[in-house]
Structure formats: structure tokens, C-alpha cells
Ligand binder design. Structure first.
Ligand code: NAP
Length: 298
């Protein structure tokens, strides 16, 4: 008998788009962390729909390469890159000044930049905790604040998409710092949708499932290899991992004119992986063991 387990179908090929060509023509879209991984894939889908795109992160080399890649996307508008550490509110303001001078005030902000590495909670140093929370939550807030204040001043509408993680709801064993920060990011979506809705500012969250890409950090890649050496697909209810473009399509929808009444919502694009429960509970393996760490030593 043929295997009845097919999983969820593969998505359309890269280059396809659900929205009409030119949906974002004349619009400016600012993507943090847009030089790598999912941020770059999201920026590419906005570019494909005609947006002028600004990517911002810390490493100039990555940004330069990504800028060239994005400019070559068929249908792309203009592309610029800004070196910026989103933890620095003054630099954040400068990036908005530069974007505004070059293309106009960004109509869409995608808060994608984040930092992460696995660690048992008890091993986290104050600096490790601060680094992740400052980038993922506080940096997201600095970008969001700047975007909101400028639109309130100008009296113009805008749309924000915060990239999250499903452990914002469930907690994330092995990722106490990142899951606490992402819970804050999701909570900001809910608060600001109400506070800024009257001014025409929409804000939503978008949560990727497991979406491997070439730019994943070594820590995260090692963790994935340890968990599922040759079977990442088989460990997902969809029987496949996500493709970066699937996040790009979701982000371009959420910020589009077709989603104007959707705000304060966080959309999970993960093939239902975060809903998994087993009929029989799997054996509990402490995080230290899962990460191959020895006994805790203070
Ligand atoms: P990634 O490749 O590690 O990208 C992180 C990006 O953030 C990089 O471009 C990095 O660029 C930028 N960044 C880090 N610190 C920054 C700072 N202080 N200021 C400005 N930019 C900074 O991660 P990814 O896998 O593409 O993930 C993108 C988003 O999806 C993240 O929010 C992540 O939490 C979320 N997510 C991903 C997955 C997945 O499976 N990939 C799953 C769940 C959630 P620089 O180093 O140059 O600054």
C-alpha cells in the first residue's frame, strides 16, 4: 500500500506571490535584521511587490551583500541598507532620518532582528540575559517607538509586523531569556494595537515555526542537529519544515491593504508544530542533558 502520510503540501516556488504585483509600489518598508535569514526572505517578498526597502542591522558586509540580492529581485523598488544596533535609540532615530530622507517615512516596519542561543536557565550570566532581552525586546521597542512617534507627528497610518516565537505562549525550556523577551514582543502587539489603532497604526505578530536557512547561528544549528540529525521534517506534524518565503508571504499579507482590519493578532506559521501533544508523555529529559552539559557548578 502507498504511504498515506504525505504531510502538508510544499509551497509554491520562490518568485510566486499571492498579492497583486505592485501592491507595495510607492511604499517604504524597513526590516531589521534584513541582511540575513528570515529577515532577508521577508524583505525580498516586499521588494517583489514593488516596495522601497530599507534593511538595518549591525554588520555592514552582510547588509551590502543582501542589498545587492534584494535589488535584483524582479519587481523590486529601491533598496538601501543602514548599519544600526537597535539597542541604541539615537542610532535608531538616525536610521529613520536616513530612510525618510532617501525614500520617505517607512510605511511598514518589520521588527525581525533578535538574538538567541540555547542555555540552561541557571547558566545564564547577567550579560547573556541582558544581551538577548535588550536586542529582542528593548530593541524592538525602540524601533516601534520611533515608528509610532513619527507617524503620530505626521498624522499618517502605518503597519508594524513583529516577528515572534511560539514559546511566547508556552515558555521555552533551554531559552528562558529569549522566550521571556518574545513574550514581551507579543504583549506589545496587543497593547499597541489598542493604543495606536485610533491613529491608524496597525500592529501584528508573525511567528515562524522551524524554518532552517543558511545564516542560522552555529549554536542554533548545533541544537537542531542534536535534536534531529536527519529527520527534521519527520519531527513536524506537517512532515516538513517551513520555507523562508512562507514567512515573507505572511508578512506581506499582514501589512497589506487586504489585512487592514487585522490588528493585535499574532499569526503562527509553523505547520501546527507548537500544538503538539503526545498520547503518551515522552520521558522528561532535563535541559542540561539535552544540551550535553554536565552537572551545574556555580
Ligand atoms: P538570524 O539569521 O540569526 O537573524 C537575526 C538578525 O538580527 C541578523 O540579521 C542580525 O544581524 C540582526 N541583529 C541581531 N542583533 C541586532 C542588533 N542589536 N541590532 C540590529 N540587528 C541585529 O535569525 P533568523 O533565523 O533569520 O530569525 C529571524 C526572526 O525569526 C527572529 O526574530 C527569530 O527569533 C525568529 N524565529 C526564527 C525561527 C527560525 O526557525 N529561523 C523560528 C522562530 C522564530 P547583525 O548580526 O548584522 O546585527
Amino acid at each position: 500500500m502507498e504511504n498515506p502520510l504525505h504531510g502538508l503540501p510544499a509551497p509554491p516556488a520562490l518568485g510566486a506571490a499571492a498579492l497583486p504585483p505592485g501592491t507595495y509600489a510607492g511604499q517604504v518598508v524597513l526590516v531589521t535584521g534584513g541582511g540575513t535569514g528570515l529577515g532577508k526572505a521577508i524583505a525580498a517578498e516586499f521588494a517583489r511587490l514593488g516596495a522601497d526597502v530599507v534593511i538595518a542591522s549591525r554588520r555592514a558586509e552582510q547588509l551590502k551583500a543582501a542589498r545587492e540580492e534584494l535589488a535584483a529581485v524582479p519587481g523590486a523598488g529601491r533598496v538601501s541598507a543602514a548599519v544600526c544596533d537597535i539597542r541604541d535609540p539615537e542610532r535608531v532615530a538616525e536610521v529613520f532620518d536616513a530612510a525618510q530622507a532617501a525614500f520617505g517615512l517607512p510605511d511598514v516596519l518589520v521588527n525581525n532582528a533578535a538574538a538567541n542561543f540555547p542555555s540552561p536557565a541557571e547558566d545564564l550570566s547577567p550579560n547573556a540575559w541582558r544581551a538577548v532581552v535588550d536586542i529582542t525586546l528593548t530593541g524592538t521597542w525602540f524601533m516601534t517607538r520611533e515608528f509610532g512617534r513619527r507617524h503620530l507627528t505626521a498624522g499618517t497610518p502605518g503597519s508594524i509586523v513583529n516577528i515572534g516565537a511560539s514559546y511566547a505562549w508556552t515558555g521555552g525550556p533551554g531559552f528562558a531569556h529569549s522566550s521571556a523577551a518574545k513574550a514581551g514582543v507579543k504583549n506589545l502587539v496587543e497593547t499597541l494595537a489598542v493604543e495606536w489603532g485610533p491613529y491608524g497604526i496597525q500592529i501584528n505578530g508573525l511567528v515562524p515555526g522551524l524554518v532552517p536557512h543558511a545564516d542560522m547561528t552555529e549554536d542554533i544549528r548545533d541544537g537542531l542537529e542534536r535534536a534531529a540529525p536527519d529527520a527534521k521534517d519527520a519531527r513536524q506534524p506537517a512532515l516538513r519544515v517551513g520555507a523562508p518565503r512562507e514567512l515573507g508571504w505572511a508578512a506581506t499579507f499582514l501589512a497589506s491593504p487586504y489585512a487592514r482590519f487585522i490588528t493585535g493578532h499574532t499569526l503562527v506559521v509553523d505547520g501546527a508544530n507548537w500544538q503538539r501533544r503526545s498520547v503518551v508523555n515522552p520521558e522528561v529529559v532535563p535541559v542540561r542533558t539535552q544540551l550535553g552539559r554536565g552537572p551545574f557548578a556555580s
